[in-house]
Design a protein around this ligand. Structure first.
Ligand code: FAD
Ligand code: NAD
Length: 479
């Protein structure tokens, strides 16, 4: 199955379809798309797909980062017709001229590192960036958890904090600070990371540095009254109780207002309605307060009058067409279609567009064939019965193809790992809802994520990583 990548030769009779991004949305589209119908061009600064649900496990080395990456060129190699891939960032979109500007921002640049790409059809799947709400110090001092590089940085920093705390003659106050791991944001990202971190401590760090291990502490800070706001009440309670049992300190109704190199400053809402300012020293700070709109999307929104009231991303219609444009579609976290910014939504949207574009190409093929047959029928009378029959058949198929239902999201449920081999799940079950938490749910979580992994290769690597860290402990060398 290791045949070379098919050669890409743009066909002037076909439309050029440009796809931005190699995340959940764009890759689902690419998987579904019959690439032979278009000249397909993919532009993304990341030459791989990233399975984000297991990213929190990479921060502690439970899973190695390469196990959840799939090279985009390996994905494209399996397509029937060649697809062009450019590792670059789209820096602006001109909907009037129908071109995008792209820039190679990677370390190595050639003589050309900036160019334009024209499109007939454009799909935007660039995702979102990390929200900081303009809070001072966040960008400079904290780690995010969105990309592979973030997980690697966190992994290094955890061990750096521990090794520095263990340094000869370290002061007691400094040991407490360095061993304090603070997570801001009690959404699924923050909760899963806090759980993984506490596991790492219990299963590995404790044994390796017993003399300072009692000082290790994880604090989860959330502005709202509870963590996991999008889950059901029962699971929120279960999660909070489990995290407390794991000795994670949960500080709800606490909003971080400022970050320095060694402290976070937060405002706590007291039960009497008053506010209190607290200063929390930290060694590692992980910032997980959700999504913000990328600059390229903000810029495009200013160019489209119909987008002027949209705040959280590109408003799309029920066929995922960007409102106020023609020939531009948006999917995933950069699109506002009325659903949560999740991988589940992004991949269903990508899949929908794949089917839509396949149908559009079929429609065009059928229509031109019908036209061809009709003009033949007008010219010559022989064989016209046969042609008429073919036209009838084609028209019947056309009606079926053209009857494309608008995009509807089908929610398969929410899952989150909460540490100590426990997970929570809110799943739809025979029209009812099942909210479960615990060790069985953890096994369900593991098998569900495993089955969702991109490739068999990824699946095998993840299983091996799980076995490896169970058998030998996590690798604590600081690369
Ligand atoms: P992304 O997957 O973020 O992909 C965006 C792509 O666009 C990337 O390839 C990026 O490199 C590229 N790009 C960026 N800028 C440009 C540019 N200017 N030009 C071209 N390309 C660009 N969701 C779930 O449903 N279940 C989960 O369990 C889950 N776990 C998560 C865990 C973590 C730690 C995180 C961070 C998220 C998790 N999510 C989960 C959310 C999910 O990952 C996102 O909703 C999903 O990735 C959105 O898909 P997307 O295609 O819109 O964007
Ligand atoms: P989120 O938006 O779900 O949660 C961010 C949290 O940070 C919110 O609860 C918010 O109140 C809090 N917050 C914001 N500012 C704050 C401040 N200054 N101080 C303290 N708290 C503050 O973000 P996320 O967890 O990164 O998730 C992003 C998206 O990805 C969501 O749609 C989520 O469902 C999805 N996701 C899903 C999973 C999963 O299903 N297992 C895992 C990770 C992410």
């Amino acid at each position: 199955d290791r045949h070379p990548e098919p050669q890409f030769e743009p066909d002037p009779t076909k439309k050029t379809l440009v796809i931005l991004g190699t995340g959940w949305g764009s890759v689902a589209l690419l998987k579904k798309l019959d690439t032979e119908n278009y000249n397909v061009v993919v532009v993304s600064p990341r030459n791989y797909f990233l399975f984000t649900p297991l990213l929190p496990s990479c921060t502690t080395g439970t899973i190695e980062h390469r196990s959840i990456m799939e090279p985009v060129r390996a994905i494209l190699r399996h397509k029937k017709a060649a697809v062009k891939f450019y590792e670059a960032e789209a820096s602006s979109i001109d909907p009037d001229r129908k071109v995008i500007k792209v820039v190679d921002n990677s370390e190595i640049k050639g003589a050309t590192s900036e160019t334009e790409i024209p499109y007939d059809m454009l799909v935007i799947g660039v995702g979102a960036e990390n929200a900081t709400f303009g809070i001072p110090g966040v960008r400079e001092h904290s780690c995010f958890l969105k990309e592979i590089g973030d997980a690697q940085q966190i992994r290094k920093k955890i061990m750096d904090c521990v090794e520095t705390a263990a340094f000869k003659g370290q002061t007691s106050e400094e040991i407490d600070r360095l061993m304090h791991m603070v997570v801001v944001g009690g959404g699924p990202t923050g909760v899963e990371f806090a759980g993984e971190l506490q596991d790492f401590f219990e299963e590995d760090i404790k044994k390796l540095v017993p003399e300072i291990s009692p000082r290790f502490k994880v604090t989860l800070i959330e502005a709202l009254p509870n963590v996991l706001p999008s889950f059901s009440k029962q699971l929120i309670d279960y999660t909070e109780n489990t995290l407390r049992e794991e000795k994670i300190d949960i500080k709800t109704k606490t909003m971080v207002k400022n970050v320095t190199e060694t402290t976070v400053e937060a405002e706590v809402s007291r039960p009497d309605g008053g506010k209190e300012r607290v200063v929390i020293p930290y060694g590692l700070l992980v910032w997980a307060t959700g999504n913000a709109v990328r600059p390229i999307i903000k810029d495009l929104m200013t160019k489209i009058p119909a987008q002027k009231d949209s705040r959280r991303g590109l408003a799309v219609n029920e066929y995922l067409v960007v409102q106020g444009t023609r020939d531009i579609w948006a999917i995933g976290d950069c699109a506002v279609a009325g659903y949560a910014p999740t991988a589940q939504v992004a991949s269903q949207e990508g899949n929908f567009l794949g089917r839509l574009f396949n149908n559009m190409a079929k429609t065009e093929n059928h229509e031109s064939r019908i036209q061809e047959l009709s003009s033949k029928m007008n010219l010559q009378s022989g064989n016209s019965a046969e042609a008429a029959q073919e036209i009838e058949g084609l028209e019947k198929q056309l009606r079926r193809i053209k009857d494309i239902k608008p995009f509807r999201y089908s929610h398969q449920g929410s899952l989150a790992y909460i540490g100590s081999e426990k997970a929570v799940a809110d799943v739809s079950w025979w029209n009812g809802n099942l909210a479960t938490g615990g060790s069985m749910t953890y096994l369900f979580w593991r098998s569900a994520y495993l089955s969702m992994c991109f490739s068999t290769r990824n699946r095998v690597l993840v299983i091996l990583d799980w076995l490896k860290s169970k058998a030998f402990g996590r690798d604590v060398s600081r690369e």
